[in-house]
Design a protein around this ligand. Structure first.
Ligand SMILES: NC(=O)C1=CN([C@@H]2O[C@H](COP(=O)(O)OP(=O)(O)OC[C@H]3O[C@@H](n4cnc5c(N)ncnc54)[C@H](O)[C@@H]3O)[C@@H](O)[C@H]2O)[C@@H](O)CC1
Ligand SMILES: [K+]
Length: 486
């Protein structure tokens, strides 16, 4: 599954037409899918109001109105004059059944369900005047709303707030990023007949889905032992930060590491899990660091001002490494790139801004662009944490589809770094380890769900969600009909 920009969606649409696929069939499938989704979501609803715009989103709404009418529902349709192309044909087909009223006549009082077909991906600027008023009236009507493709007005304000959004052909940024996703309510993807080959353009970001993630899970053969399934060395901690390395170690174990060693300054009161090997060092250059048995490292968590020194020492081991928190300084990450050590960096927006020498606002405004700039500049796999977390490495990008705001809690990032390191240690390439770690970590957050969850609990939930993924129980949110965390 890919994340489509409106332009990419139009291009796929145009390619289908070039292949000879009649565009009217796409509109017919889209409108009918909306009608079917609405009927399934509110089976008791008898009366519908369809509020349609002047473009193809409106055309989809007119098709939906025809089907709802044919299924015996009371339908009032409001639309402006002047539809063109397929939308004009959809209008003509509907006009053979029903009177179409002007938008000025919109009356939502008798409607059990409102269909929002004002604007879709063709919106180029914020709604104003009568259009803005219409969106606000739909919201004020306090009726269930089904949005055609996207709630009208997004990504700007004002916009319609829907209970159900039927995403046509593919998912677009407003179905994935906030605040758009909150306005969508439940999201249901409707295939509308585009040839599958047009729906997987490799240059578009991948949306992490259970099927793809399941295939990445490292297998564990019957004769496995703790030295054969991946060993992790956590390097971090400082007098002022003691919990972070322990949480990373827990994350690594709970993601399946066979053995975890924690190296930390001997003057720090780091308290690794009982199961971990302790490696207190008097200084980071201590030769004992090189004795640790590990195939991958997680470096920098809770390193404080010594994080850079810790990372430079750890670099000498030349093993696949997750760099986090206090290791995330430009000179440090560049040193790893220069040494050609496979790395995954896991900054939050503040750390990403520090690496890119820009403001946090710039990072937050364009997470995908920022992650890709990190990947390009530092020749690394970049995991930019956020809602949602995005990933990039030169030539490819991905967006996570699990996780929720309850995960905004201290130590959650340390658990993630440990989990990614465990997958690196198990032999996964940085891109696969990062995607799987991020996906499972978010899934653990969704499993717990509640505000007030702790990092510790996130780690504890990893085996539970891993098992669910392994057994094939999971469906992506756009198929499962899950409500987005608002
Ligand atoms: N593969 C696809 O993507 C398909 C898309 N279809 C539908 O087509 C939609 C896109 O249709 P359109 O490109 O016609 O665009 P819309 O129907 O979203 O918008 C209509 C027109 O409104 C104008 N406009 C933009 N911003 C405005 C504003 N703030 N105030 C007033 N007018 C504004 C623009 O000129 C735009 O062309 C999709 O969202 C989807 O519903 C379907 O019909 C079937 C296939
Ligand atoms: K819409």
């Amino acid at each position: 599954m890919r994340l489509f920009t409106p332009e990419a969606m139009r291009a796929a649409d145009a390619q289908a037409v070039e292949l000879g696929y009649p565009s009217l069939l796409l509109m017919e499938a889209a409108g009918r899918a909306v009608a079917e989704a609405a009927r399934a979501a509110w089976p008791e609803a008898e009366s519908y109001a369809v509020v349609a715009g002047k473009g193809n989103n409106g055309g989809d709404g007119l098709v939906a109105a025809r089907w709802l009418h044919l299924w015996g529902r009371e339908v009032r349709v409001y639309a402006p004059e002047g539809h063109r192309g397929d939308a004009a044909l959809a209008r003509a087909a509907l006009a053979a059944h029903l009177e179409i009223e002007p938008l000025e006549a919109v009356d939502l009082r008798e409607a059990d369900v409102v269909v929002d077909a004002l604007f879709g991906t063709g919106l180029t600027r914020p709604l104003e005047g009568a259009w803005a008023e219409l969106a606000e009236r739909i919201n004020a009507a306090d009726r269930p709303v089904v949005a055609v493709d996207v709630p009208s007005g997004l990504p700007y304000a004002p916009h319609v707030r829907a209970d159900l959004t039927v995403a046509l052909a593919g998912l677009k940024p407003d179905h994935v990023f906030y605040p758009g996703r909150s306005a969508c309510g439940r999201i249901q993807l409707a295939p509308i007949g585009l040839p599958p080959a047009l729906l997987e353009p490799r240059e578009l970001p991948e949306l992490l889905d259970p099927e793809t993630m399941r295939a990445l899970l490292p297998s564990r053969p019957g004769h496995a032992h703790k030295g054969s399934v991946g060993r992790v060395l956590v390097v971090g901690g400082a007098a002022e930060y003691t919990g972070a390395p322990a949480l990373a170690a827990l994350g690594a174990y709970r993601a399946g590491a066979g053995l975890v060693t924690v190296a930390y300054p001997s003057d720090a009161r780091v308290d690794p899990p009982l199961e971990a090997v302790r490696l207190p060092v008097s200084r980071w250059q201590d030769a004992r660091l090189f004795e640790a048995k590990a195939e991958a490292l997680a470096v920098g968590m809770g390193g404080g001002s010594g994080g850079g020194a810790a990372a430079r020492a750890a670099l000498k081991l030349k093993k696949p490494t997750v760099l986090d928190a206090d290791a995330l300084y430009p000179e440090v990450v560049k040193a790893y790139a220069a040494a050609a050590v496979p790395t995954v960096i896991t900054p939050h927006p503040g750390e990403a801004a520090r690496l890119l020498e820009t403001g946090v606002g710039t990072v937050v405004q364009d997470p995908l662009g920022s992650a890709c700039e990190l990947a390009r500049r530092f020749r690394t796999t970049a995991v930019l944490k956020g809602g949602p977390t995005v990933l990039c490495e030169p030539g490819r990008a991905a967006v996570n589809t699990t996780g929720n705001p309850a995960m905004a809690t201290g130590g959650a990032g340390d658990v993630l770094s440990g989990a990614i390191a465990a997958f690196l240690a198990a032999g996964l390439a940085p891109w696969d380890a990062a995607r799987l770690g991020v996906y499972l970590h978010g899934l653990a957050g969704d499993h717990l769900g509640r505000i007030g969850l702790t990092a510790h609990e996130l780690a504890e939930a990893l085996p539970v969600v891993r098992e669910k993924l392994e057994l094939g129980y999971l469906r992506p949110y756009w198929e499962a009909g899950l409500l987005s965390p608002r």
